[in-house]
Design a protein around this ligand. Structure first.
Ligand SMILES: [Zn+2]
Length: 378
């Protein structure tokens, strides 16, 4: 592979939590130099653009298998084509089907792809309309063995703590997920949804490093209690190191809820899309658009970049795969985007529309040194 310099951009410096004007030299798939006025055979003009560690979408659905319905998004469509370098499929497949993720996703796509294993054997095929994690379909042993078979790319356990998915199994589903995570020494990601189980009992089971996803949905019985006050169990979970993930989705992100949580000092640790076939054309569309929503809620660009690079990389141990940092000697996983002052309408999952104060526009994604152009207008 020839050498290429990404020239004239503002590079995210995770240690300074700021952007620094410098060039990035990429050679043989690795970052080979950082600094002013670097020269190489090929160059990419990034003047006026931000150059960041490769964007990571911590929650999406890319299990492009013919038996799967909503989860069947082509990884590259929401990955490199949208300026995103790394996607985590969160529980589209359970122990019964997850081995096929390598053949149907990892081996066919240019975007780096990893998975969390659903404790429900089929995962989320979305064909039957039934519950995918009822007692007869949940498998603790199957989940543990699936992770042990595929430690390179299954990075944790996914539980949908919602009656929409687990029926009346309630908190037992979360306990089984917690146990599977313990037995494999991986993090547990819990989807917050409709009770049962109650959000309080779910949060009490989470340990430092576990991830609560769909954290700021607008449904009854979420982060906000009576009078719009953040429930104490949520504050306690954050204080002991539970990671707060957005996972926008079709029904799981409310501007209002998120704004109230932020005003009460709650964090947004990771910004993810929950993209699947049911929300890519409306509501979510892209990770970049989801990032823009958090700029509109008042987060700085550095905070938004941290929440899509450094923090998700740390949450799932992706540093060993070259994600989360732009550093000499690391794999060249890089995103390049610009932020314009364009004001456009943004819609949350509740149908509330706000006017953006800027617009994040992906330009390129680089995965292990290979460069891809992002589609315009996403
Ligand atoms: Zn999801």
């Amino acid at each position: 592979m020839t050498a290429r310099v990404i020239r004239g951009g503002l590079v995210f410096d995770a240690d300074k939590d700021d952007f620094v004007a410098m060039d990035v030299l990429v050679e043989d798939g690795l970052i080979a130099g950082l600094g002013p006025d670097l020269v190489a055979e090929q160059s990419l003009d990034a003047t006026g653009m931000y150059v960041t560690p490769g964007l990571i979408d911590l929650h999406c659905h890319i299990f492009n298998h013919p038996l799967y319905n909503n989860s069947r998004l082509d990884a590259d469509r929401i990955g490199v084509s949208q300026g995103v370098t790394c996607l985590i499929d969160t529980g589209s497949a359970g122990p019964l089907m997850i081995d096929a993720f390598k053949e149907f996703v990892i081996d066919r796509q240019q975007t780096a792809a990893f998975a969390l294993c659903n404790i429900g054997s089929p995962g989320l095929p979305g064909l039957t309309g039934g519950h995918s994690s009822t007692p007869e379909l949940v498998s603790l042993a199957g989940t543990v063995k699936a992770i042990e078979r595929n430690p390179e790319w299954i990075l944790g356990v996914k539980v949908l703590a919602s009656s929409s998915h687990t029926g009346l199994l309630g908190i037992e589903a979360v306990k089984i997920g917690r146990k599977a995570a313990e037995l494999t020494n991986t993090p547990l990601m819990v989807h917050l949804g409709n009770a049962p189980p109650l959000v309080e009992e779910v949060l009490d089971l989470l340990r430092p490093g576990d991830i609560v996803t769909h954290a700021y949905h607008g449904k009854v019985g979420g982060v906000l209690g009576y009078g719009g006050i953040v429930i104490p169990e949520f504050k306690a979970a954050v204080a002991r190191g539970v990671i707060v993930d957005i996972a926008h989705g079709r029904s799981s992100f409310s501007f209002d809820t998120c704004e109230q949580a932020l005003q009460q000092g709650m964090p947004v640790h990771t910004i993810s899309s929950d993209l699947h076939r049911g929300n890519i054309d409306r509501y979510v569309v892209s990770l970049a658009r989801t990032m823009t929503k958090f700029r509109t809620l008042g987060m700085t660009l550095a905070q938004v970049v941290r929440a899509t690079t450094v923090t998700p990389a740390a949450a799932l141990g992706l540093g060993q795969h070259g994600f989360g940092k732009i550093e000499i000697g690391q794999a060249a996983n890089i995103s390049v985007f610009r932020e314009t002052s364009e004001q456009r309408e943004l819609e949350d999952s509740e149908g509330e529309v706000r006017l953006s104060n800027c617009w994040i526009e992906p330009v390129h994604a680089m995965v292990r040194g290979r460069l891809y152009d992002a589609e315009a207008n996403i």
